[in-house]
Design a protein around this ligand. Sequence first.
Ligand code: 4AD
Ligand code: MG
Length: 502
Amino acid sequence: MATRTTIDRLSEHVGQTVTLEGWVYNTRAQGKLLFIILRDGTGMTQCVLEKTDENLEQFQRARKLGQESSLTITGEARVDERSVGGHEVRIAELHVVQAAEGYPITPKAHGPEFLMNHRHLWFRSKRQWAILRIRSTIVDAIRRFYQDRGFVLIDSPLFAPSAGEGAQTLFEVDYFGDTVYMAQTGQLYLEAACMSHRKVYCFGPTFRAEKSKTRRHLTEFWMVEPEIAYADLDDVLQLAEDFVCAIIQRVLADHRPELEILERDVSALEKCVAPFHRMTYTEAAELLRSDRVASLLDEDLARAEARVAELKAEVDAREEERKQPGLKNWKADKLAQEILAAREELSEREDEVKNIPHHKQLAANFQWGTDLGGSDETIIARLHDRPVFVTHYPGACKAFYMKQNEQDERLVNNFDMLAPEGYGEVIGGSQREDDYETLVRKMEEEGLDREPYEWYLDLRRYGSVPHGGFGLGVERTVRWLCGLKHIRETIPYPRMMGRVYP
Ligand code: 4AD
Ligand code: MG
């Protein structure tokens, strides 16, 4: 009797006859043997079919199976150190569920637009598979962290009557003739709930009409937001530090193979232990204007320029090679793939050559009082090997609800957490303004209509206490931990400006 199992459990069945259900990743014939790399959602393994007098027809059919054909295989599981996953299945029976032809994503290289249009198929690929598994674990780690610490889950609404994070990024919805907005945050609702349960969190999709195409912005992203009553900025920072450490530890513990597929430098993640670095906004501003940053960017520029020259030469050489007569097909494919990869990197490096002088100028001329820009955050984060908490921003460049600092009225008790290696802001948080008069004044300064916020002001009328929390973006976290250049690969179906398909 064959045991029905999955590839991740083959080690429990060595020497036994197993049945696997999966899809063809790859086939290769060698004499009398056909090697099928099968993937089944839990992993990949090599399956071998030997041609015999009895199975000629089956062998021929299997040989022609296209990539992503679905099939079940029955045979003996063996240990094979050399093959993927360390096992091999000797095929005794092979049943084709559906023979696929012309699968669009081939081992040849494809550009990002093509892959994004085929997102529904693309996430069968090894890297995408690894990323979404890690994402799933991060989401689980988030829930466990808060549940284990006695936080109560409070689901906040997705239709919101008013802005939570600035009017520029609101998506409007026609709500039976009234205009409402897709939620930018659940925070204000959580502030109310923490006065009931003390420690609460919400976790759900969040919407921002980001009108720019960047590597770190989505229009729909997932955010987890804890909120605690009787808490000041230090309490919130402590929670954020514990939280981020817990997520990293979990990913490192559960996903070494996936991180390896992604070629993630794991040592950089292992360095992210408490205590994280802390600096004030004012210190960050000084750092940005320092010689240290200027020379760092000069080095970056020189490196990027050198690499551009190198890549151009590489592309030219490959193009020449491609013109040679009698080029074998596999060689032409290989060259095409190499050229595409080199061109992709070339366009990135050329962007750097173009942008670095601009970033250098922005940093050198950084004005105290303005918010840190994306490039500023990247620079600060790159100078540290652990996450950095930047605290105490000028209130004028931050949201109305942040607590005004007691010693310096220009500042607020807030923080952003910047991830190392240049991944930038992953968390934004603060202590909240709990004084009624101050809050009303700040709302007036921002030109906010009071009416939709009356309920929010009630929280300052009835038993107001110091409280605070933060929001962590799931996709920014996935991007950082997986070491990805672009945020589009961190969510199953990314929504960005110019992208809502599939
Ligand atoms: O800094 P933000 O805007 O803070 C808030 O929304 C607060 N209400 C959170 C709170 O205190 N409860 O957003 C928090 C985090 C960012 O640090 C980032 O990780 C993520 O949400 N984020 C985005 N992720 C992807 N695409 C976007 N457009 C994002 N905007 C914010
Ligand atoms: Mg922010």
